[in-house]
Design a protein around this ligand. Structure first.
Ligand SMILES: NC(=O)c1ccc[n+]([C@@H]2O[C@H](COP(=O)([O-])OP(=O)(O)OC[C@H]3O[C@@H](n4cnc5c(N)ncnc54)[C@H](O)[C@@H]3O)[C@@H](O)[C@H]2O)c1
Length: 268
């Protein structure tokens, strides 16, 4: 018996084995949940999620999280497969063409910028709006979206995703208040350490991991640590926790100086 035994979950954003969402899916399965995975049809064609889902006998439904019709169909199909309303949802969706095409923040392509906001932030609003409209989430359900501290403090290179994450966190608070009052559905954000995945690559990434690790009293969190935090939030152990940003970052977000960081600094 795991902490998610008997629960039905929908996981957005697993692309390959490195994806945070894939780690969350595996952990949810271990904790006894029944799952449906979803990603864009393009990601299903290009990524390894199709074969991973097949190996682990997980249903996989194509959906563009920015498309309201797709979301409606997904929520209906997921409930059919799961045999009832959805207890928890992971939103692990982000993309920036400005970042991918190495555009500096100050020289952003505005069409890409709008896509970044739509994919990485508004998609959470659209998902929760559609879930409310179709009453897809069970009473007391739990929704978690993933953010990063670059929406609160400047991180060189994080580009327009920083702005999208600020909006994402605001949407989580607003929809958390509304959905909480309607159906006791919780909406929280998990803000992990930087983790090497396809979405997150920019120049000097290795140095950045080293820097955040040396400034984190518990060291950088990895995708499994992040998955554990998501599972806790999906479980009934966190029934009165909503509208929060939970940092799974080894203490990085609350630290200014550590001895390992000072040692590194002395060597420069
Ligand atoms: N990796 C990190 O360091 C880190 C840190 C903090 C937060 N996050 C967040 O975690 C989440 C997952 O990212 P990841 O690092 O695992 O990378 P990832 O590339 O594995 O996941 C991003 C996912 O978003 C999906 N996606 C893109 N456009 C979509 C759309 N229109 N509809 C549906 N899905 C779409 C992609 O197909 C992909 O599966 C993202 O929100 C990311 O910003 C990542």
């Amino acid at each position: 018996m795991g902490v998610l035994s008997g629960k039905k979950g929908l996981i957005f954003g697993a692309l390959d084995e490195r994806s945070i969402a894939w780690h969350v899916a595996k952990r949810c399965q271990e904790e006894g949940a029944q799952l449906v995975l979803t990603n864009t049809s393009q990601a299903i064609q290009l990524g390894s999620i199709g074969s991973l889902a097949a190996t682990h006998q997980l249903p996989l439904i194509a959906c563009d999280a920015t498309n309201l019709e797709d979301l409606k169909t997904l929520l209906l199909q997921a409930q059919e497969i799961l045999g009832g309303k959805i207890d928890f949802i992971l939103h692990a969706v982000a993309q920036s063409m400005n970042l991918r095409r190495h555009k500096n923040y100050e020289d952003a392509n505005y069409t890409y910028f709008q896509q970044t906001i739509d994919i990485s932030a508004l998609s959470l609003h659209k998902l929760l709006h559609t879930a409310m409209e179709t009453d897809a989430i069970a009473e007391g359900g739990s929704v978690v979206a993933l953010s990063y501290i670059a929406c609160e403090r400047f991180v060189q290179g994080y580009n327009d995703i920083a702005d999208a994450k600020a909006l994402l966190e605001s949407i989580a608070r607003q929809m958390g208040a509304i959905y909480g009052q309607k159906k006791h559905v919780r909406v929280n954000i998990v803000s992990p350490s930087a983790i090497p995945t396809k979405a997150i690559t920019w120049d000097e990434m290795e140095r950045y991991y080293h820097y955040t690790d040396s400034l984190s009293p518990l060291g950088n969190a990895d995708a499994d640590d992040c998955a554990g935090t998501c599972v806790a939030l999906f479980s009934d152990l966190m029934q009165r926790v909503t509208m929060q940003t939970i940092y799974c970052d080894g203490g990085f977000s609350r630290t200014i100086l550590t001895p390992p960081f000072m040692n590194d600094y002395r060597k420069i």
